[in-house]
Design a protein around this ligand. Structure first.
Ligand code: NAD
Length: 356
């Protein structure tokens, strides 16, 4: 058998790990070699499902037949594992968010730079067809000058979800709640489409899950460097979990992505001006949607992970940058931390944040 171009290892064999395993299995020239978890049973389960070896983390990190490590451990452990992988000369793919503090994120970015390895942070919804179409509308100038950008993630998680792992809902290892864990996807998309955020004013609440440390509702008003403004809304308290939305308006019109699909595309240059009082009927919306992860974290597709890993392999092969490198993923983390700081202090918070 010819040696595959890239051997993958996965550290952390919980909910998200099989999505990486499936994505790797789909990519030509990639093979899942080994998986590791502090729970040997979880590692064995994943290994037997995907024809890989279950090994100890220390062994996985030094194997010569592994050159890319997917870090799928709790968020506050991403740097701890990622730094070791980079020091061992492995390329690193970490799950979102990059980490839970800027200090830890920077430690990971520095280790990958010093190790001369590629770092990419998962934000798989960038490959959703509707998100790609929205980005194209903005970059081509069809939406005109950006005015307003909103990200709305009204999902639902039960108390049992938070009890399903002792790291969930903790400041130390989850790093936050509805915004840091669930909303982070759409914070990344919003900043990708709208550009840098300059100021944040926020409120958070822990409303429906009294036994968690972190918020289950986060609201923020954002000021973008471009002069545009917008709203972030992220919750795990909204029964039964609704489709997440990204709504962008520019001087040229409005586009809305819902559950990854472009649902509204209203361009003035195509449809003309409205009547003096507005009054154009909204674009049709058939109401159909994929369940996405609105109510079940495992109810997602692995296709976005596959496309992102394809991008990572291309970056490794070409010596270029992956679409979402450490610096890019750090932007969403910084916005989220600014939201938390504003909610705590009751004040407007300016970015960049100091690294403490
Ligand atoms: N991209 C997405 O859509 C998505 C979805 C779910 C989770 N995630 C992210 O993936 C990460 C993991 O989430 P999950 O839901 O799979 O969690 P999980 O609790 O289901 O799995 C984490 C696994 O890591 C193992 N682990 C913990 N510490 C370890 C260590 N030091 N070494 C080796 N293994 C260790 C645990 O035993 C557990 O099996 C989080 O950062 C989360 O934000 C991303």
């Amino acid at each position: 058998m010819t040696k595959p171009e890239h051997g993958f290892g996965i550290v952390g064999c919980g909910v998200i790990a099989p999505f990486h395993a499936k994505a790797i299995g789909d990519l030509p020239g990639a093979r899942l070699v080994a998986v590791a978890d502090t729970s040997p049973e979880r590692a064995l389960d994943l290994a037997s499902d995907f024809g890989a070896e279950a090994v100890d983390v220390n062994e996985l990190l030094v194997r010569s037949d592994i050159d890319v490590v997917c870090v799928c451990v709790p968020s506050g452990l991403h740097a701890a594992i990622g730094v070791r992988a980079a020091a061992a000369g492995k390329h690193v793919v970490v799950e979102k968010p990059i980490e839970v503090t800027l200090e830890a994120a920077d430690r990971l970015i520095t280790a990958c730079n010093e190790g001369g390895v590629t770092l990419s942070v998962i934000s798989q919804h960038r490959w959703d067809s509707g998100v790609q179409a929205l980005k194209e509308l903005v970059d081509s100038g069809k939406l005109g000058r950006l005015l307003l950008g909103d990200a709305i993630v009204k999902w639902y998680r039960t108390q049992q979800y938070y009890e399903s792992g002792d790291w969930r809902g903790t400041w130390k290892l989850d790093g936050g709640g509805a915004l840091m864990n669930q909303g982070v996807h759409y914070v990344d998309l919003l900043q990708w489409v709208m550009g840098p955020v300059e100021r944040v004013f926020a409120r958070t609440r822990t409303s429906a899950h009294p036994d968690i440390e972190v918020e289950d509702i986060a609201l923020a008003v954002l000021s973008f460097a471009s002069g545009a403004v917008g709203i972030l809304e992220s919750s795990t308290a909204v029964y039964p979990g609704l489709s997440e939305r990204l709504e962008v308006t520019g001087t040229g019109g409005t586009a809305i992505v819902e559950a990854g699909e472009l649902k509204v595309r209203e361009l003035k240059e195509e449809k003309g001006e409205t009547a003096p009082y507005g009054g154009k009927a909204p674009a049709s919306n058939d109401g159909k949607r994929g369940a996405a992860a609105a109510a079940n974290p495992a109810d997602i597709s692995y296709i976005g992970h596959r496309e992102q890993l394809r991008d990572v392999l291309h970056a490794i092969g070409s010596g270029g940058k992956p679409a979402i490198d450490g610096a890019e993923a750090r932007k969403a983390l910084e916005i989220i931390l600014a939201v938390y700081e504003s909610a705590r202090s009751g004040r407007d918070v300016a970015l960049p944040l100091a690294v403490v």
